[in-house]
Ligand binder design. Structure first.
Ligand code: DX5
Ligand code: ZN
Length: 214
């Protein structure tokens, strides 16, 4: 399992400590949740924080943009050092153009679907994607309960990926823990995001290890 702990649940008064923990853990990536207060009912952090994290992070930065018009920020996201730029299908009218722009900037391109968006919305772009993120909570906050229907949605997306000959991997975000990660893994996901389960754990590095084995 590719594990991407979400910085959103870290102690913001000690972000350096959180990044150092990630650097010395078995986490594969660091998940960065950017919220604009428009696309989602919350505001998290923006480029100054991403630039600072990018300077000390030794792992790929997996940037999940919960913002309107994400295509405006492709080169700025690249300049933070991001490896993956992930935009919401619901936030982007010209999704095909945005995916090309992300690739042209040298990043992996990922698209996220909200719980209410069906997988068929990606049918015509799936071949050019590196990753699809299925939200297993309504985006905006950490610490919410996993939506059970996501497991079947992963299965449906896996079939669509296979029938289109796409190399996209499936990531799941929201309410991931030692009980829900094996369910999405079994359904065909190869990456999970985890906020509270990792940063709320007495031993975050052990929590990451547990998810790695799913
Ligand atoms: C939610 C964010 C998630 C969040 C996950 O809008 O996209 O990445 O940090 O947090 P947990 O794992 O606590 O549900
Ligand atoms: Zn996220």
């Amino acid at each position: 399992m590719i594990v991407s702990p979400s910085l959103l649940s870290a102690d913001f008064s000690n972000l350096q400590g959180a990044v150092e923990m990630i650097n010395s853990s078995s986490a594969d990536w660091l998940h960065i949740d950017v919220m604009d207060g428009v696309f989602v009912p919350n505001i998290s952090f923006g480029f100054p924080v991403m630039d600072a994290v990018g300077k000390i992070l030794k792992k790929p930065m997996d940037v999940h943009l919960m913002i309107v018009e994400p295509q405006k920020w492709v080169t700025r996201v690249r300049d933070t050092g991001a490896a993956i730029m992930n935009i919401h299908q619901e936030a982007c009218v010209h999704l095909d153009r945005a995916i090309h722009a992300i690739h042209d900037a040298g990043m992996k391109a990922a698209v996220t679907l909200n719980p209410s968006t069906p997988v068929c919305m990606l049918e015509d772009v799936i071949q050019g994607l590196d990753m699809v993120l299925l939200m297993s909570v309504n985006p905006g906050f950490g610490g919410q309960k996993f939506i059970d229907g996501t497991v079947d949605k992963v299965r449906r997306l896996r079939k669509m990926i296979e029938s289109n000959g796409s190399k996209a991997i499936i990531q799941v975000d929201g309410g991931i823990n030692a009980a829900t990660a094996p369910l999405v893994a079994e359904a065909g996901a190869s990456s999970v995001v985890a906020g509270n389960y990792v940063f709320g754990a007495p031993d975050p590095m052990a929590a990451i290890e547990t998810l790695k084995r799913c």
